[in-house]
Design a binder for this molecule. Structure first.
Ligand code: FAD
Length: 275
């Protein structure tokens, strides 16, 4: 099984982090991803760092996709960013609402991601291929699953070409979401987001915040390992590889890896999938 994959990074904060990411990238490039994406801090907090990593990736000959979140931004600032990306030859953007950083009161001129998609299409036509976020276990702020699904369909209708999901460990949630989206007329690929498991405590905290469920049987098992990082890693690799296999067998169009700027786990999962 050799799936089509894409791989996500965050922009490092230090020169050492930038150097390390270069090494990580050269390892992950061996997996021939269709693109590398780079996250963007809401309100523009990582604007320069995101752009700098994206330019490096493109200069290395890879397809680079900056994320762009609109909350807390003005139309003018987004227009400037789009112009920079066009000038740099970037052809793909992961377009998001983002979350307002704590302490930032101004929501800016965009309320939801569909407004950003409409704006990008109005400003730049078909220049960019646009990816949007999808939530098989529902976005934590959604009023209801139905509302969330409709909001997702609205983003696609506004001009998205493809979607990447929040990570999840429950394949049924993904298949159910895809079926429901199709029933609403969504016909773009919905690529599952895959979070390899490095450790449990941080993952549990982060999952609670972003609304990703870690099933009880997995939680209990991770908790039973305590600080045994080897066991956590081995079990995490087995569980995530099985999840990927199930998703691909069930028709998922590819996999998007949240690499957390590390190469080892993503590489190992892909090696197992290919083997
Ligand atoms: P939206 O699609 O706008 O949805 C946000 C919420 O509003 C949902 O609950 C939805 O149901 C609701 N909603 C939508 N439209 C309406 C409406 N008209 N009326 C009422 N409610 C509505 N964050 C970052 O800051 N930077 C990143 O780089 C980043 N990358 C990500 C990549 C992926 C693949 C994913 C899945 C998430 C990423 N995030 C990132 C997190 C994302 O920004 C947050 O999950 C954010 O809270 C929602 O963004 P969205 O684009 O999904 O928002």
């Amino acid at each position: 099984m050799k799936p089509e994959i894409s791989i996500e990074f965050f922009p490092p904060q230090t020169p050492e982090g930038v150097d390390k990411l270069r090494t990580v990238r050269s390892e992950l490039a061996k997996l021939h991803p269709s693109f590398f994406s780079v996250t963007f801090g809401a309100g523009g907090s990582t604007r320069e760092r995101t752009f700098s990593v994206v330019k490096e990736i493109a200069a290395e000959g890879h397809d680079a996709a900056p994320h762009l979140s609109c909350i807390g931004s003005t139309r003018d600032s987004i227009r400037d960013i789009l112009a920079d990306y066009q000038a740099a030859g970037i052809r793909r953007i992961v377009a998001l609402r983002g979350d307002l950083p704590s302490g930032m009161a101004e929501t800016g001129e965009f309320r939801y991601a569909n407004e950003l998609i409409e704006f990008i299409r109005a400003e730049t036509g078909d220049w960019f291929s646009l990816e949007v976020a999808a939530y098989p276990e529902w976005h934590p702020q959604a009023r209801s699953p139905k509302d969330d699904l409709e909001a997702f369909a609205r983003k696609v209708k506004a001009g998205a070409n493809s979607a990447i999901t929040q990570y999840f460990y429950n394949a049924d949630a993904y298949f159910h979401f895809v079926d429901e989206a199709k029933a609403l007329g969504v016909d773009v690929p919905i690529v599952p987001g895959i979070m390899p498991i490095v450790g449990f405590t941080k993952l549990a905290r982060f999952s609670d915040a972003c609304g990703a469920d870690i099933p009880r049987w997995m939680r209990k098992k991770f908790e039973s390992f305590g600080d045994e990082s080897y066991s956590i890693r081995a079990f995490g690799l087995d569980v995530v590889t099985e999840l990927c296999e199930r998703l691909l067998k069930g028709g998922a169009p590819g996999l998007h890896f949240y690499s957390m700027n590390q190469s080892v786990l993503t590489t190992e999962i892909c090696r197992r999938l290919a083997g």
